[in-house]
Design a binder for this molecule. Structure first.
Ligand SMILES: [Cu+2]
Length: 338
């Protein structure tokens, strides 16, 4: 086997030497008008193919896009995305045209010589200032939105929920009547006592906290998520709400959003219906019995280990009364833990 490998390397080196000497022999060959015309037309041909592919991707692959944002804050992410998308799209459409068309138009011709000029202040000013203004606006909007989801004032009355990541599932903890999450630390993890999230029960704020394995959110209420991780880096990703935050061992990160539609309302959304029908069509073709029904989802978006792909949790958004009714039924930690 090793001998075969050495023979292969020897052949590869031989072939590359042969090719290099061939290229060296071409050095004295100068392209004539016929070559230039052919190459110029090839560029136009490639430009047509390139634009066709672009339009195909834009129109027919559009079905893989997410439906409209299910959180109020997420609307700004979508606006930002759309502005960037169209801006980059238009600029690249124009620039690609110029590159291919000019390559064709100014292809080599016998007896022609390119014009040389050192610089143009006016041109350089334009291509410096125009992108600078656009970037300041985009980044400014982005920073404003970042603050919007990262820092929440107390007068907005956010509801605190802790999302706890570990290999390979999610736990959630509600803050209870005092709306304050008790402290937590890996040292308090006690499997025998079912204290899987490492909640510090000597902290008074912990007593009325509620641990659940199902994430339910009330519609229209601002939720302040606090993220912790037990072992490695995880990332809590809630695509329909346009939310993602890293869960970092040893620190608490946060993110806030306000759910806009209940799960039931989202199921009536035209885009969601189209997507659900598409998935069920594929399931039918594969002769799968189970029909897919839309649900919000919390996914792990950091490759965190062998079962990373399956690290997910269903999210249910419901009207505030239904949510309150459900939450009232969940036992408090003072009852479930000693
Ligand atoms: Cu993970």
């Amino acid at each position: 086997m090793l001998a075969l490998f050495y023979i292969f390397i020897a052949v590869a080196i031989g072939v590359s030497f042969w090719q290099i000497t061939r290229i060296m022999n071409f050095r004295s060959v100068i392209a004539n008008d016929k070559d230039n015309n052919f190459q110029g037309k090839m560029f136009i041909g490639f430009a047509v193919f390139f634009y066709a592919m672009m339009i195909y991707c834009l129109i027919w692959l559009n079905v893989v896009m997410l439906p409209e944002s299910a959180s109020i804050e997420g609307e700004h992410d979508d606006t930002l995305f759309n502005i960037s998308f169209w801006l980059i799209g238009i600029v690249q459409f124009a620039v690609q045209f110029l590159i291919f068309y000019f390559t064709y138009k100014y292809r080599g011709k016998q007896g022609y010589k390119a014009k040389f000029f050192a610089d143009s202040h006016k041109l350089e000013l334009i291509w410096t200032i125009a992108p600078a203004i656009v970037l300041v606006v985009l980044i400014g909007y982005g920073l404003w939105q970042w603050n919007n989801v990262m820092y929440v004032a107390n007068d907005e009355d956010p509801m605190e929920i802790e999302i706890y990541a570990k290999q390979f599932n999610w736990h959630a903890r509600y803050a209870g009547a005092d709306n304050t999450l008790g402290l937590g630390n890996v040292n308090f993890i006690d499997i025998n006592n079912n204290n899987q999230m490492g909640v510090d029960m000597s902290d008074d704020a912990s007593l009325d906290d509620k641990e659940v394995t199902e994430l339910r959110l009330p519609k229209g209420r601002k939720i302040l998520f606090k993220f912790r991780s037990q072992d490695v880096l995880h990332s809590a990703y809630m695509p329909h709400f346009r939310a993602q935050m890293n869960c970092v061992p040893g620190m608490v990160t946060q993110f806030a959003f306000t759910p806009k539609y209940t799960t039931e309302e989202m199921r009536q959304n035209q885009e969601v219906i189209a997507k659900t029908d598409g998935i069920n069509e594929i399931r039918k073709r594969n002769r799968e019995e189970e029909r897919y029904e839309f649900d919000y989802i919390l996914l792990c978006n950091k490759i965190c280990g062998a079962s990373h792909y399956n690290m997910q949790m269903k999210i249910i958004v419901e009207e505030e009364e239904d949510f309150n009714e459900w939450l009232a039924k969940q036992p408090i930690l003072a009852e479930t833990l000693q």
